[in-house]
Design a protein around this ligand. Structure first.
Ligand SMILES: [Fe+2]
Length: 233
């Protein structure tokens, strides 16, 4: 039921308890619809700024959700994970295009500005009721497992688990996605780099869980995206 009011006829025939649970269900549906609309709207914004990295991103977000399930995250954490996986780079909207699109290596000042995107994303999403936790998860999606990341230098399990998962899928996405000025890495090389940085940059449990099922599906996904392993080289 999508309207705001329970029909009077139905209201009269229901017990107080049933009426309450119906109202709660309606509120939950409204809140879920609002949440999905916000995700879609911000996703459109990422598209407008050409900040979605393409066909792999959605699949990677799905894989991120599967990691969350395998790690036993609760329903509410999985919902935050979905938001964080899809919108973690929303703060890049606040980074100048000259930096976002620069094909050469960023100088230290430009890199410092680029790194602000996780704070920008947090600052925007925390304003939305129901997105406060996902905003925090986004704030920490560039923390490193060994404490050398940003913005807070958190390490190990100090980093929220959702942020640790997003960090792995975001990095993997960045490695395999092509940019105008460079081709994406073949997935074997991306897997090798992910494994190499497991325990330093990445949470080893997340990497292991991600690769345990994603690796078997990667060749299919790459082929479906029109990117064979050899042409990605
Ligand atoms: Fe990011």
């Amino acid at each position: 039921m999508s309207n705001n009011h329970i029909p009077a006829l139905m209201e009269g025939s229901l017990s107080f308890g049933a009426l309450e649970s119906l109202r709660i269900k309606q509120l939950e549906e409204q809140s879920s619809a609002l949440r999905n609309s916000v995700i879609c709207a911000f996703n459109q914004l990422l598209d407008l700024k050409d900040l979605n990295t393409g066909v792999h991103s959605t699949r990677l977000a799905e894989w991120g959700m599967r990691v969350g399930l395998e790690l036993g995250l609760e329903e509410v954490e999985l919902q935050n994970l979905e938001v964080a996986a899809l919108l973690h780079d929303i703060g890049k909207v606040g980074v100048p295009d000259a930096i976002l699109r620069k094909p050469e290596r960023l100088d230290p000042e430009e890199y410092a500005l680029m790194k602000r995107h996780s704070e920008y994303g947090w600052a925007v999403l925390r304003m939305l009721p129901g997105f406060e936790r996902a905003a925090l998860d986004i704030l920490h999606h560039h923390e490193s497992f060994d404490g050398k990341g940003y913005p807070a230098g958190l390490k190990d399990t100090e980093i929220p688990v959702v942020s640790r998962i997003v960090c792995v899928i975001d990095s993997f996405d960045a490695m395999v996605s092509s940019r105008p000025y460079r081709k994406g890495l073949p997935y074997e090389e991306a897997v090798r780099r992910l494994t190499e940085a497991s325990g330093t940059q990445f949470d080893p449990v997340v990497v292991r869980t991600f690769l345990s099922f994603a690796q078997a599906e990667m060749s299919t996904v790459f082929a479906a995206a029109g990117t064979s392993v050899s042409s990605a080289l």
